[in-house]
Design a protein around this ligand. Structure first.
Ligand code: ADP
Length: 657
């Protein structure tokens, strides 16, 4: 009995020990499981542990993905969560030894599907086999892939991929629009079939270099850009721009080329048209007789046509490289550069005409047009110069001018001959008449009147002839005999002589002489003649009853004699010309005052011979002022130590007045 009891007690003790051990084992299992769950819960990807196809454990991430609590996952078949359609994509019978990776669609509790990537691994635990599946939501990646696919499919450019053998592994649908072939026809084709022989050669050379470099470990980090000609299905060809870059795998191995192709037929045609136009323009400007050149803002030559090069004494465009005008025309460079800067600064063209000695040795007249050049935003980028040789035109202009002058001279001479014969004939005729009457006139008083009339005509004739002779002599040579006189002397003397005539015309005289008198050297006879001409004009071109003012002044370094009248005045267009020989404002004048139009030219010649000049201010209808300007030097203005020169010392002129 005791044996049985002790046996029992021993058994109980054994059992208790076993129980304690298994409790301990359970406890450690529980701890292990807890750790495992915690680990799984930290895992971002979904994790499910299957045993015989049934989920025995799952983590929170997977539960969240599927929209169910963990407890509802456990005990169910993994296939329950796979979306029906692509179940086939799951490996039907995963090999017991293999770890597999596949993509499929899972279904959420709400029925929506989402793409996942699942990797499965076998695991042994406590003598049992489990399969651990890691589930990754790849919706975002798929979306991006889809977007790229859409882009490739819809791009105008053709997107393609070539493998290492040069075969197309992908071509986007737009290839059909470009070349007429469908993507299906192209995929698998060699690139040889997609290029014309010339273009293929180009590509092969380029590819060869890339492959060599890749083999040497030198990676191509920029894209390759080429213009190629490609055959189309209809037998034509199309010009394309191809951009390609090398694709490497994870290990950095060169696995193929990804590229895009764009139709550039239009661009090429435009470029060709532009090139043709440029050639045409170039030929045109090279055949222009004008020198044409382009310069940058700093004045460097950019382009010169053939004539421009010739004038610079150059043969080729290269010789102008980096050069400016200063390299060829150092003397004129600064002036020309100033014009260029004015043009580029203001954006306005400038045209000049000048006489230039060319580097080629020719001397010519050049019309230079400086034109600003603008970019598309209206900024000045440089300038265009056009130089035209206008020597022929200038010579013609000069010849025309000379001709016109000659014609004018001839006209004047003809007018003069007409006027002179008239002016000389009139007094002769009236003298003949007086003489004829005189021959038969018994009355002494009437005889005296006729004699007086003849005398007046003779002196008029004498004055006319004097004027003519004077001018001829003045033209030959004018020898002055200057001596020192006071300025007012000649004025007073002219007035003494012409006072009667002045009074006869009913004019009033106003005398305004400088005090103290100014002393200077002049030829008395000649100065008398010049002043007399001005006074005579003032008298005769002022209607009776006018005022004639004679004024002397010293102004600065000049002695002045002014003759002012209140007569008809001279219109501006005649003011310069009245000093021309034989010029008369009223050439049609048949009689009346004045002479042959020689008074003023004679006066001017005399004054100029003294180093002076005659100026004229006149307002038609109000009167005229003629001023004789005589230069003074310091010692001239002082009175001489001797007394004033007496009238008998007033010198003899080479002119007989
Ligand atoms: P003329 O012998 O005709 O006077 P001049 O050479 O002295 O020749 O003058 C030329 C022309 O200038 C005159 O014909 C006249 O028309 C004009 N002229 C000269 N002096 C005067 C003046 N004081 N007032 C108006 N006209 C004048």
């Amino acid at each position: 009995m005791t044996d049985r009891v002790s046996e029992m007690a021993r058994r109980i003790a054994e059992l208790e020990a076993a129980l304690a051990e298994s409790r301990q084992e359970v406890e450690s299992l529980r701890v292990e499981l807890d750790w495992f769950r915690r680990l799984m819960s930290f895992h971002r990807e979904g994790v499910a542990v299957h045993q015989d196809g049934v989920v025995v454990e799952a983590n929170a991430a997977l539960a969240e993905m599927l929209g169910l609590p963990v407890s509802e996952l456990i005990g169910r078949s993994g296939l329950d969560f796979v979306s029906p359609a692509p179940q086939a994509s799951m490996p039907a019978q995963p090999s017991p030894e293999e770890d597999v990776l596949f993509e499929t669609l899972l279904r959420r509790a709400d029925g929506t599907a989402f793409p996942v990537e699942i990797s499965g691994q076998w695991m042994e635990w406590q003598g049992r086999r489990f399969r651990v599946a890691t589930v990754r939501d790849i919706s975002a990646r798929k979306q991006i892939e889809e977007r790229y696919r859409m882009l490739a499919e819809n791009a105008r450019d053709v997107i393609w991929m070539l493998d290492l053998e040069g075969r197309f592994t992908y071509v986007s649908p737009s290839v059909e629009r470009l070349r007429g072939y469908t993507p299906e026809e192209v995929i698998g084709q060699s690139m040889d079939q997609a290029l014309t022989p010339d273009s293929l050669k180009l590509v092969q050379e380029r590819l060869g270099r890339i492959v060599q470099r890749e083999a040497a470990g030198i990676r191509l980090d920029s894209e390759v850009r080429m213009e190629l000609e490609q055959p189309c299905k209809d037998g034509s060809t199309v010009w394309t721009e191809v951009v390609g870059s090398v694709i490497h795998d994870d290990q950095g191995r060169f696995v193929g080329i990804l590229g895009a192709t764009r139709d550039i037929t239009e661009r090429r045609e435009m470029r060709e048209a532009l090139a043709r136009e440029r050639n045409l323009l170039r030929t045109l400007i090279d055949h222009l007789p004008n020198s044409v050149y382009l310069k940058d803002l700093e004045g460097h030559f950019l382009l010169n046509n053939a004539e421009s090069l010739r004038r610079l004494g150059l043969k080729t465009q290269e010789e102008t490289l980096g050069k400016t005008t200063a390299d060829f025309y150092p003397e004129q460079a600064a002036a020309w550069r100033a014009i260029e800067e004015q043009v580029t600064g203001s954006g306005k063209p400038v045209v000049t005409e000048e006489r230039v000695l060319l580097r080629s040795g020719e001397e010519c007249w050049v019309q230079s047009s400086y034109l600003p050049l603008f970019d598309s935003e209206g900024r000045v980028t440089g300038m265009l110069g056009i130089n035209q040789d206008i020597t022929v035109r200038k010579l013609a202009e000069q010849r025309n001018l000379e001709l016109a002058l000659e014609r004018e001279r001839a006209d004047m001479l003809a007018r003069f001959i007409g006027d002179a014969s008239h002016d000389l004939k009139t007094p002769l005729t009236s003298m003949l008449v007086s003489l004829a009457i005189l021959a038969r006139e018994p009355e002494p008083e009437l005889q005296r009147q006729h004699l007086a009339s003849i005398k007046a005509q003779v002196s008029h004739l004498q004055r006319l002839l004097d004027d003519l002779l004077s001018l001829v002599r003045l033209d030959r040579s004018l020898e002055l005999s200057p001596r020192r006189y006071d300025l007012n002397l000649v004025v007073r003397d002219v007035l003494n002589e012409w006072g009667g005539r002045l009074a006869a015309w009913g004019h009033t005289l106003a005398l305004d002489l400088v005090e103290p008198d100014v002393w200077l050297n002049y030829d008395y006879q000649q100065m008398y003649r010049a002043l007399a001409a001005l006074v005579d004009n003032a008298i005769v071109y002022t209607p009776p009853g006018g005022t004639i003012t004679l004024q002397t002044r010293r102004e600065g370094a000049e002695a002045l004699i002014r003759v002012r009248d209140t007569g008809a005045g001279i219109a501006p267009e005649h003011q310069d010309r009245v000093f021309d020989r034989f010029y008369r404002v009223d050439p049609a004048r048949t009689s009346g005052p004045g002479g042959l139009g020689l008074g003023l030219p004679i006066a001017r010649k005399i004054v100029e011979a003294h180093g002076g000049r005659i100026s004229l201010e006149s307002v038609p209808g109000q009167g005229s002022t003629f001023t004789i300007h005589l230069p003074l030097n310091a010692e001239q203005a002082q009175p001489p130590s001797a007394q004033s020169v007496s009238p008998s010392d007033r010198g003899e002129s080479d002119l007989d007045v």
